[in-house]
Design a protein around this ligand. Sequence first.
Ligand SMILES: C[S@@+](CC[C@H](N)C(=O)[O-])C[C@H]1O[C@@H](n2cnc3c(N)ncnc32)[C@H](O)[C@@H]1O
Length: 455
Amino acid sequence: MVCKGDVIEGKVLDFALPECHGVLKKNSFVIFVPLVLKDELCRVEITKVKKSFAFGRTLEVLEGSPYRVTPSCPHFHEGCGGCQLQFIAYDEQVRLKKEHALSVLERIGRVDLRGVLFEDFIPSPQALGYRNKMEFTFGERNGELLLGLRPANRFWDVVDLKTCLLLRQDLAERLLSVFREYGKRYNIPGYDPVQKTGVLRNLLVRYSGTTGDLLLGLATTRFELPEKDSLLGTLRELFPGLRGFIHIVNDSPANALIFEEKRVLWGEPYLFERIDNLTFRVSVESFFQVHSTLCGALYRKVREYLLMSGPVSLVLDLYCGGGGIGLFVADTVEKVVGIEENPRAVEDANENARRNNCLNFTCIPGRVEKLLASSRFHVDAVIVDPPRAGLDKKVVQRVAALSPRTVIYVSCNVGTFARDVALFQERGYTLLRVSFFDLFPQTPHFETVALLVRD
Ligand SMILES: C[S@@+](CC[C@H](N)C(=O)[O-])C[C@H]1O[C@@H](n2cnc3c(N)ncnc32)[C@H](O)[C@@H]1O
């Protein structure tokens, strides 16, 4: 047992993902400590004690790991929640994620790894500057407007950023400065998610490195932006690639970027992105993979798995977003039907089919769980790419009831993916191949692509 305020010295026994905590023990009592690596010797102060475990903070690393590096970002030690792993060498981040992925598959997925072809854990070609989208947050401290990212586990707070290395750095720096200065000049208060007061909420940045397009969204509570033309003039002068500037009205009490109203102040409410030889229109509120470079590799893997499943007349692309995966595989099958609930993404998907001359792709609007219950599909293969929560149990049942030869599962959350693999196994599917892609360097997240076949 330990008490709050105790200072202990100990060796880090493990590094836990996705929590990004080092694990220490004091007389078999477990202590979770951020910012320490396996085998490091550290001095730790206990900050919170629960029934069977405690949390601590590092006072000093007495013997450091060879994988510890100095974070490149000046805001890392302010607790910015954007990059929890920046103090770990990139190769080691990849090794840790791979070890974590395989252990989750064994523990939660009850997968016998001896029967699975684990193909690879593909690292990112860039460990920084890879993101094509950032959602910065406004806030206030002592009457001072802040613009940056929330610290991990503190939804009410903001780390005021001068730079962000996840996005192209020069772009991030100019944008953060322009919008912070704009808010300050006109005394527009930052939004407080606890009191639910204030105006400025988010700055949404979407940038395509392949087309040079930039799309900006400024989210506020219901409010008339002052001197819009002057702000727009500055943006157009500084960012020649600007394709659109949108005022997003969000009065929702939820701590999330919700498009209650979209006012296009200039240009278009979308940008264009290229992945391999396909061009995608991406609306400001549609999903698109945040790492354009590695997204192509991920889509190619889905295509490779689909080609392994023999001739396919109909493939379902469930949770298809703007049609990225479906359009990538369209030339290998007779027909692709996508299902997507976001109406703007549905429009994007159908527009992207036309634009890329994929006439055998259609996207149907609606929720997957409802459409699978009410429609009859005779499918050879099903591709699923759900949000982090994974598939609803009913969706697994309904996909299995269609009896496709092949299910290709794309996931950004290995925990829910493994849970769903266990459900598919109960329904007669076997996990044959799995690949991982590090679409989110400096964070505990990554993408999984898996091939399941009917026994
Ligand atoms: C992880 S994204 C995948 C997008 C796409 N496959 C791609 O690669 O760009 C998940 C998508 O599922 C959609 N979605 C979430 N829940 C849904 C549901 N119940 N039914 C249909 N679509 C849903 C979201 O709007 C989002 O576009």
